[in-house]
Design a protein. Sequence first.
Length: 339
Amino acid sequence: MSTFSFPEESNSLVKKYLSQKICKTLEQKKTDSGFTLAKAVNSGLKNPDSKIGIYAGDEQSYKTFSLIFDPVISQYHGEKDLNHKSDINELKLSAIDPEKKYIQSTRIRVARNLKGFNFTCNMDLSQRHDLEIKIIRALNCLQKTFKGNYFSFEHDDKKELKQLENENILFHKGDRFQDAAGINSDFPKCRGVYHSFDKKLMVWVNEEDHLRIISLEKTSEFSSVYSRLCRAVSELNKNLDFAWNKAYGHLSCCPTNIGTSMRASVHVQLEKLERKKELLFKLIKDYNLQIRGTKGEKTKIENAVFDVSNRQRLGISESGIIKNLHAGLMAIIKAEKAL
């Protein structure tokens, strides 16, 4: 047990690996921004049902507190030899659902944080403001099909924001886990969403990470959605310097989201496999995928519509994730047709 008093019923990874020896080694350390071990584990202390229970306050956190971050990361991601390879390049993939019978939408996003800025759980209002201004300037440099508008949660017309909320474009204040970590401080100030005119690119600003870059279509056109994301990330990288580490890949506030920081998902209707869930779950396991509810994490499956996405983020490249998800969905739809 560590010198921190975790709830008895807690089974979080940080509780599991934060021994008294590691705690004594780390509890007096600080990053250059003043982030401490106590701040890093506060969410796990406050929430007994935390699965992870630790957040990074800046890039340096992963090095300063590596004695606790490394075992948590290795356990969660199943990777012991940390040496991340990135490969975010356009791909040409065969059509998954040419009949347009199964896949309702495709959505691929990556998280990015900027070098030189604290992460969202360790920012004051002045830092959030400076970060927002810097990101808006970069977004305003986007050209052609990426051009769009930035909507500030704080300053824009409430009716317009409500319409965006109805279209599932806005993000909401973080949950109690993020709240305890400090991510929600000063909400909704210095938060906003960039939305392209063609409605196929979104960028969330100052959500859990500095940016969530999202490419989406109400189609099964995997190649199109992924290519758009690749190009958008490349364009933004011309004006923004993203936090990156050779071992961990792209750095995120939450250690579950490092590596590619990518979640590629589809909404797919599987009326027959819903009645044969053991077969569906076997395919999900075989291709290292995961299932969420129709409206996201911790929601129910409605009208046999499943949210299927990649499970792995670290130890695999971006292109590897897309190829694997593509193959898994081909197998799932083939099984659905065969029933």
